[in-house]
Design a protein around this ligand. Structure first.
Ligand code: FAD
Length: 181
């Protein structure tokens, strides 16, 4: 069974061997075609940033947050082996990484939203950061809840509708993923 995903992210020096101002993604797949690591980077004249997702068990709270890069250098180099020179340059320019546990909440068996506590954003439907949609989903939840509240509608119904939209988008993304790998 796959473990949870772990994200590290950092700022580092420029990466001259890839195209600037493009968000580059490198995925490694297991034997079933599922991504086990995702390495992303972006650079231009002003900034260079990167992240990596590693599939592994959840880390304890004392091991997340800002951490010295040392312990992570080897897993990062292995996970981002698609471009060893690039990763070596980024690691050489990085002292500290930010480490997060990440997970996808399936939602399919979740209890329906109901007062008095209605979850939204990651608390309701976290998704791997590799999908690149969690922040937008959280903002759209907030907008839907705001609209329900100011129009005297039902916030629980608004979140139920948001879940329908999110599940439809996840299914569409999964179909696209299957046809492009
Ligand atoms: C490395 C990484 C890269 C990502 N990249 C992308 C991306 O490219 N695109 C994208 O759309 N999404 C991305 N995401 C996901 C995105 O960050 C989340 O989906 C989004 O932040 C969720 O927003 P939220 O408001 O629901 O939760 P959060 O942003 O987690 O906010 C919850 C807040 O509640 C606070 N809190 C928790 N417990 C308590 C408490 N008891 N009392 C008071 N405060 C509390 C927390 O400190 C936090 O500030 C990324 C995530 C990670 C980790």
């Amino acid at each position: 069974m796959p473990g949870r995903s772990l994200f590290t992210a950092s700022r580092s020096g420029r990466c001259g061997r890839t195209d600037p101002s493009v968000l580059h993604f490198h995925r490694r797949l297991d034997e079933n075609g599922r991504p086990t690591t995702t390495f992303g980077h972006f650079w231009n004249d002003a900034v260079a940033v990167w992240f990596i997702r590693l599939t592994r068990q959840e880390l304890a709270v004392q091991d997340i947050g800002f951490q010295p890069v040392g312990r992570w250098s080897e897993p990062i180099a292995v996970g981002a082996a698609a471009d060893p020179g690039l990763v070596a340059a980024m690691l050489a320019a990085t002292d500290t990484v930010h480490v997060s546990n990440a997970r996808t909440v399936p939602l399919t068996t979740a209890r329906a939203p109901q007062p008095p506590v209605i979850l939204c954003g990651d608390a309701d439907h976290a998704i791997t950061p590799a999908a690149g949609v969690g922040a937008r989903d959280a903002i759209e939840d907030a907008a839907a809840l705001y609209t329900a509240l100011v129009s005297r509608g039902a916030p629980a119904a608004a979140m139920a509708e948001r879940r329908h939209q999110i599940l439809a988008e996840r299914a569409q993304a999964a179909r696209m993923f299957r046809t492009t790998t």
